[in-house]
Design a binder for this molecule. Structure first.
Ligand SMILES: Nc1nc2c(ncn2[C@@H]2O[C@H](COP(=O)(O)OP(=O)(O)OP(=O)(O)O)[C@@H](O)[C@H]2O)c(=O)[nH]1
Ligand SMILES: [Mg+2]
Length: 240
């Protein structure tokens, strides 16, 4: 998080993390497609010929809140391939929130798990604690055969503390849901810590709804956020 109090400008960093080929870059591409020109900057990607992210992707978004606050969101993806471990750690530096993009295919279960452990370790190496990090989980590629079933995901969601979204990122399904769920958690966390809604006279109740509207989202944002399986991001997480 970066705060320019004089300019009333807050910049937050959100990171899409997950195993290789789970669809992190695709999420940003879909988000870019689903938002309006006025609210977003250029999507920067750096890939090899076969679509593998080499360093990171970055999508900048901008939002003017009701009160006195301009919010900039820098949305990053990490490169999922195992060899890019040090790059992932670098991209995670100063993250305010994380979306973990998992691959629903049964064959990817071990890779998802390894990537999740890698996330926890890399956060730790950056002095960040996974348990305190605003985090949503996405199970992507729901259109493919041989995927983890809805019931299994519902069970996982019930036992975990994070909101879980199902997605087909190529079609844009679940993409706004995941993003808005993450923004909801991240704003709640930053607001609780720094009292931004008072300092900037921002109405927290309709913060995410008005952000969604400015981004050009035409669907009811509350409905999108509520698509989470398991925990609803709008409810407070009990202290653990
Ligand atoms: N069928 C299907 N394919 C998808 C979906 N989302 C992404 N893909 C495909 O999966 C491949 C990898 O997607 P990327 O978005 O590049 O994956 P990534 O997570 O950025 O991969 P790395 O950069 O290597 O970490 C591409 O061919 C995408 O088109 C989905 O929901 N369904
Ligand atoms: Mg990528």
């Amino acid at each position: 998080m970066q705060l320019d109090f004089v300019a009333r400008e807050l910049t937050i960093k959100l990171v899409y993390y997950g195993p290789a080929l789970s669809g992190k870059t695709t999420n940003l591409q879909s988000l870019h497609r689903l938002t309006t020109d006025a609210s977003r900057g250029r999507l920067m990607t750096l890939e090899t010929r076969d679509d593998r992210t080499l360093f990171f992707d970055l999508l900048p978004l901008a939002f003017k809140a009701d009160g006195d606050l301009s919010l900039r969101i820098k949305l990053f993806t990490v490169p999922g391939q195992v060899i890019h471990a040090s790059t992932r750690r670098l991209v995670l530096q100063g993250a305010d929130g994380v979306a973990f993009i998992g691959d629903s295919q049964l064959t990817e279960t071990d890779n998802n798990r390894a990537s999740f452990l890698d996330l926890r370790q890399n956060l730790k190496d950056n002095g960040l604690d996974l348990r305190k990090m605003p985090l949503v989980i996405q199970f992507n590629k729901r259109d493919l055969p041989n995927i983890r079933g809805d019931e299994e995901i519902a069970q996982l969601a019930e036992h975990g503390r994070e909101p879980v979204y199902k997605a087909v990122a190529t079609r844009g399904d679940g993409v706004l849901e995941t993003f808005l769920g993450l923004v909801t958690l991240t704003w709640a966390r930053l607001d609780a810590e720094h009292d931004f809604s008072n300092k900037f006279r921002v109405k927290s109740e309709n913060f995410v709804a008005s952000l969604a509207k400015q981004l050009g989202v035409t669907t009811d944002p509350q409905g999108l956020i509520a698509a989470a399986v398991g925990r609803d991001p709008r409810t407070r997480r009990e202290a653990t």
